[in-house]
Design a protein around this ligand. Structure first.
Ligand code: TRP
Length: 363
């Protein structure tokens, strides 16, 4: 069976380094591996509207931001189809049919939905669209017959929900849909990069993100004021590396070769961690190294973004073409789904013959 990727992001803000290590970097590697027959990268504007219904302007403005972030990280429109979710009306249609295969209590158990409801203070007034977005996400994935969904850990419940829908659909209506698998980052630190303030997650509203599009100065400022180990007061004090965001970022971004260039006192991250744990290594030195590591990673992305920014209409054209191509794929799946469900009345000669025979006999 051919290998197909689908993954995506909500356009509610610029993408940050958490997105990069959690999924974006991997997508580009997979794209360039040549192992996949088709790759679809979705800007999930319809999903973004499920909790931003009153704020369509925000979603609209961030579509180009996310597209710029994608392209500057190395997603290549020749190899990956970049699409806008709302342009593919087949997805809404699929969602409506999948809704019949999912119970309300199953939606209630989704841990990502539960925590998002808390974060948004939705407890007493949950929009139905928001509540059911795991079903629409199953439509996103299955419409393209995706086998592989590279995504962060928080998307795991969505993948489980999708697998259940696929099983249920195939067992009720016959083998039609393809069961997808999530592809998580292989490095623990990349599963969920904490915010610069040490909070569990980077979030725009907490102001604890380093964006891919931040300037060199912004990155440096954010790194130098990062939260570290609160018990490491003096350089000579023994420090903790576990749960220390500076070291988690180094786990996610640094490579051994970078020590030779930017911090030759150590040959690898473990040596630096050992020194910090023993005592005698100050936060400033570690942060300066992290800054160099991040600048090395982000400089080419920033430079590429500056090039893409020169021709914004060309980017809308890429998105339009990608969406058209994606729509054709989704339409094929929708037609298979409708015939499996036997709601393809007008294409079904047998149905028309059988019904007319029934009435002819009665006459
Ligand atoms: N839920 C994802 C996010 O919050 C976006 C998304 C929508 C997605 N549809 C998807 C991710 C399908 C993977 C597969 O960013």
């Amino acid at each position: 069976m051919s290998k197909i990727i689908l993954t995506g992001d909500r356009p509610t803000g610029r993408l940050h380094v958490g997105h990069y290590v959690g999924s974006l970097r991997r997508r580009v590697e997979l794209q360039n591996s040549g192992e996949f027959e088709k790759i679809f990268i979705m800007i999930a504007d319809a999903q973004a509207l499920t909790d931003n219904a009153e704020n369509p302007g925000k979603v609209r403005d961030n579509i180009i931001e996310v597209a710029l972030d994608y392209l500057s990280c190395g997603l290549d429109p020749e190899k990956s189809t970049i699409l806008i979710q709302s342009h593919i009306s087949e997805l809404t249609e699929l969602s409506f049919y999948y809704m019949n295969l999912v119970t309300v209590s199953r939606l209630e158990r989704n841990p990502t939905i539960k925590s998002e409801i808390q974060m948004r203070n939705f407890q007493t007034s949950i929009p139905v669209g928001f509540y059911t977005y795991p079903i629409s996400q199953a439509a996103d994935i299955t419409a393209f017959k995706a086998t592989t969904v590279p995504a962060g850990e928080d998307q795991m419940p969505m993948l489980e929900q999708t697998q259940e829908i696929v099983h249920k659909f195939n067992s009720v209506y016959g083998e039609t849909l393809v069961e997808p698998k999530i592809l998580l980052p292989d490095n623990q630190a990349c599963l969920r990069l904490p915010g610069t303030d040490g909070m569990a997650k980077m979030s725009k509203s907490l102001g604890n993100c380093i964006y891919l599009s931040d300037t060199e100065d912004e990155v440096k400022k954010k790194v130098m004021s990062m939260f570290t180990d609160p018990t490491h007061l003096q350089v000579s004090d023994p420090g903790h590396v576990e749960g220390n965001p500076v070291f988690i970022y180094l786990d996610a971004f640094s490579k051994d070769e970078m020590f030779a260039e930017y911090c030759p006192d150590y040959s690898c991250l473990q040596e630096m961690k050992d020194h910090y744990t023993r005592g005698g290594l100050g936060d400033v030195k570690v942060k300066k190294f992290l800054n160099s590591v991040l600048q090395e990673t982000l400089a080419p992305i920033r430079a590429s973004r500056a090039e893409w920014e020169k021709d914004i209409p060309a980017i809308y054209e890429i998105l339009h073409k990608g969406s058209e191509k994606a729509k054709e794929e989704a339409a094929k799946t929708l037609s298979e789904v409708k015939s499996a469900m036997k709601i393809n009345y007008f294409d079904d000669k047998e149905l028309i013959n059988a019904q007319s025979l029934k009435y002819q006999k009665q006459v």
